[in-house]
Each structure stands twice: as structure tokens, then as C-alpha cells.
Write a protein that binds this ligand. Sequence first.
Ligand SMILES: Nc1ncnc2c1ncn2[C@@H]1O[C@H](COP(=O)(O)OP(=O)(O)O)[C@@H](O)[C@H]1O
Ligand SMILES: [Mg+2]
Length: 368
Amino acid sequence: MPTEQTASSHDTPALRCIGLTRWFGDTLAVDRVDLSVPRGSLTALLGPSGCGKTTVLRMVAGLLDPDEGRIEIDGTLVTGPGVALPPERRNVGMVFQDYALFPHLNVARNVGYGLRRLTRHERNDRVDSALRLVGMDHLGARLPTALSGGQQQRVALARALAPEPDLILLDEPFSNLDASLRATVREEVRAILRAADQTAVFVTHDQEEALSLADHVAVMDHGRVHQVADPQTLYSQPATRFVAEFVGEADVLPGTRAGRYLVDTPIGRLPTDRALRAGEVTVVVRPESLALRRADDGGGVVTALSYFGHDQLVTVEVPGGYELRSRRGPGLDLQRGDRVRLEVVGPVVAFDHESDSPATLASDGVPA
Ligand SMILES: Nc1ncnc2c1ncn2[C@@H]1O[C@H](COP(=O)(O)OP(=O)(O)O)[C@@H](O)[C@H]1O
Ligand SMILES: [Mg+2]
């Protein structure tokens, strides 16, 4: 690509966003977003509807200019002070939520659409290999309207892959598929991106989708990135209360600092996973870390039971009127109204009020 080229080594991220900010009127849609996407990786932008995910993607694609910030693709500045490379010169592929296939063009011509500058021979080769990659090489002559949702999705992916872009962006790529198809198509798309060694960023509001597919997940809320981490770290070391509650199941209790790594809560004194500074803190308890035992003198009362076969979810009211959930094996024999003793297995995640906001995070996105 022409334009300003910074040192492009193997370690250069495929995508780097620095301080991306975008207003729509009075709405701050994207607020100082920093993001770095390593080459060959799959990154999810995860957050509730309206948190700014699509706006980030559109700015990366060059479809929208930020008010502030810079974007580098493969070490090249594509958006920044005085720089706004048009979409077609960014070497970025895009898969839209509705696939945006051309209805009057057959599958092969849809896939070849971005390859018009190549010779006919080169173009045919690229179309063939992209269709082979997505397992659609036998359907090149079909019109998109004669394809299932999952097949249209694969054509859209082939079209994005065919120009061999540095980066593919996918906006809620699975949201138009039936629940029964979604898990299968998800795995297929992941396998295709891996086989092509393709760097990709996908947007989703579905935490299960993000955790199960992505190497790295950036959690967003109200335009801000709260944390960027691998799925395990995100779950076990959430950086903010928002991340703890949005990713996985979590119940919260108020707590009072009883030591650097100790907190007093309505269910007793608990060890924390991080050093506490403030006096008043919020404690997050995951259902799988709460063990129960029937005991007449126990501090909790069972208020609800949901049986799932492989396990069950027991809701317990604890002193102060707070409710906690406990995910237990199928063998536990409890009834509503039973008194139980509670034990939290392992340290709890605790936030003081300062660490509730992304502004106080360490640069690696993991709390100090
Ligand atoms: N073209 C637009 N004009 C006005 N407001 C917009 C526009 N696009 C997005 N917004 C607003 O910006 C915020 C972020 O939107 P969006 O990036 O689409 O969120 P997400 O993709 O996470 O659901 C929302 O409040 C949305 O209403
Ligand atoms: Mg969106």
C-alpha cells in the first residue's frame, strides 16, 4: 500500500486503533478506543447493543471518519491527522450482518466482484480457491436467492477472503441464522479463517459466541473498551464490574475491606483475588464457585431450584436479602425452604469504586 509506512515486522499488529473517538450529535458513540489485533488472530468486539461496536468497525473499514484517533493496518497509517485512506485502498474485507450479496450475480461473480483489477485467469483461480475454502466450489453458478442462510454466509465470507485482505471485519455475522444452525456455522467460519491464516475482527453482543470463538475479546460498554484479554483471563480476572457481570454468570454482594486481600460480606469473610484499596467494595460470586451444604443453622435459605439434568442452579437468599446462585451437580438433594451453609471456593473477584471504571486499568487491560 502507498502512504506512510512504519516499520512492518512480524510483530506489527494487523490492526492498531489508538484513541478512536466518534460523536453522533450529542452521542459519544466511541470513546478513546485502543485496540491491537495480532496477525493471524481472531478478535471479538463484545458488548451490548448500542455500545459502539459497529461504529468501530466502520471506522476501521474507512466507511466513517473518527473525530479523533489513529488507525494502522499492518503498520500503515490509514486514518489519522490528515490521512483518510478510502475503503478500497485499505486491503480490508467486510462481511455484513445481512451478507449484502448481489442478488443478480451468481455465487462465483459475487466472489469475484472485488477482483476486477486482476486478469481473468487470476480472478478465476482466486474465486475457485475461495469457494473451495468455504466448501462451496460446486455452487458457483447458483444465484444467492437459491441458497440457505448458512450458504449465503459462506459466500459472503468467500467474497471477503478472495482479495487476500490483511484483515476481515465481520459485523454480527451469525445473528441472521437459526439458533439450530448457529453453533455449526460458527465452528465452520472459525475453521475457514484458521485455514486461511486470516486475521479477523468480529462484532457480537453474545458472550458465548465471543468466548467460544475468539482468541482475544475486547469488552465494550458505552463506547469504551473495558478490557481486552483471552477468554480465560476475561472470565477469571475481569477488570471491571461491568465485565464481571456481562461475561458469564455473576451475583454481587457489598463488602467491606478487612485486609489487603480480605473482605467482609453478608456470607462471611472471604479472600479476594486482588489487593483492595477502598473501604467499600463490590464482591462478585460466580455460581460454580459457590458450594452448598444442608445445615439447620446455615445462613442461607433455598428460594428456587432449576434442574438441567447435567447440573442444577440453586438460588439462595443470604443475610441482607441478597440472592446468590449456586451451580451444583445433579445429585444434590435440596428443596425450597431448606437452610444451607455456603462456602465460596477460591478467592472472589472484588472491585473498589475506582476500579469500576476502565480509566484506571493498567495498560495491559488487567487490573493491578
Ligand atoms: N449514523 C448514526 N447517526 C446517529 N447515531 C448513530 C449512528 N450510528 C450509530 N449511532 C449511535 O451510536 C451508538 C453506537 O452505535 P453502534 O456502533 O451501532 O452500536 P452497536 O453496534 O454496538 O450496537 C448508538 O447510540 C447509536 O444509536
Ligand atoms: Mg452493531
